[in-house]
Design a protein around this ligand. Structure first.
Ligand SMILES: Cc1cc2nc3c(=O)[nH]c(=O)nc-3n(C[C@H](O)[C@H](O)[C@H](O)COP(=O)(O)O)c2cc1C
Length: 189
């Protein structure tokens, strides 16, 4: 217990000094595989984050790291692997959309996570272009169309902050849930 408090104090001091969570820290308090197992107990919704490449081809990926950040001004965030294609394309294009998947969208959630099928991802589902040009799923439970306002490096990921330009709830359906590395159908109210 005493050791835990000392570690926390130390971390707090370092945080105050830098006043930032962006870090290239090499020391670790917990094994990454163990951390992954622990984080898997956090239940989330599932989104597909999309953008449009300069050649007008769409690109997107499955994500669970979506968060509403602020209402005034309207900001949301996603946390993406920095070396991934979606992160690179979003940084290049400056726009993205977040599509909240419904209980019956498990196949889409799986397909947009498969690294070897990036070209086939948009073959599933019916897609429209939002105001920014980013693709939105016509039967999503909800979608948000965003301009990138900031990208914060956090370890091997990038926290992408988006200013919401437009948003909709096309279909009042139960959401798709991800928990313990398994998809679950949420229940309708
Ligand atoms: C349910 C689920 C949630 C995921 N959430 C994220 C996430 O929040 N951030 C991330 O970088 N990858 C996440 N992934 C992994 C990406 O979907 C996967 O690595 C994808 O192939 C990346 O595509 P890209 O390289 O074209 O960007 C998730 C995968 C699944 C199945």
């Amino acid at each position: 217990m005493g050791n835990t408090i000392a570690l926390a104090d130390d971390a707090a001091r370092r945080y105050l000094v830098r006043n930032s969570v962006s870090t290239t820290e090499t020391e670790r308090f917990v094994d990454p595989h163990h951390l992954r197992t622990v984080l898997a107990q956090w239940a989330t919704g599932v989104v597909v984050v999309t953008t449009t490449r300069p050649d007008r081809e769409p690109h997107g990926m499955t994500a669970s790291s979506f968060t509403g950040v602020a209402l005034t001004p309207p900001l949301v965030s996603v946390c993406l692997l920095s070396s991934g294609t979606t992160c690179r394309e979003i940084r290049r294009n400056g726009v993205f959309a977040v599509n909240v998947l419904g209980h019956d969208h498990e196949q889409i959630g799986r397909r947009f996570a498969e690294s070897d099928r990036a070209a086939d991802r948009f073959a599933l589902g019916d897609w429209d272009a939002a105001t920014t040009g980013a693709p939105v799923l016509t039967d999503a439970v909800a979608w948000l169309d965003c301009l990138v306002t900031a990208c914060h490096t956090a370890g091997d990921h990038t926290i992408v902050l988006g200013s919401v330009q437009d948003a909709a709830t096309p279909r009042p359906a139960a959401p798709l849930i991800y928990h313990d590395r398994t998809f679950h159908e949420g229940t309708a109210r």
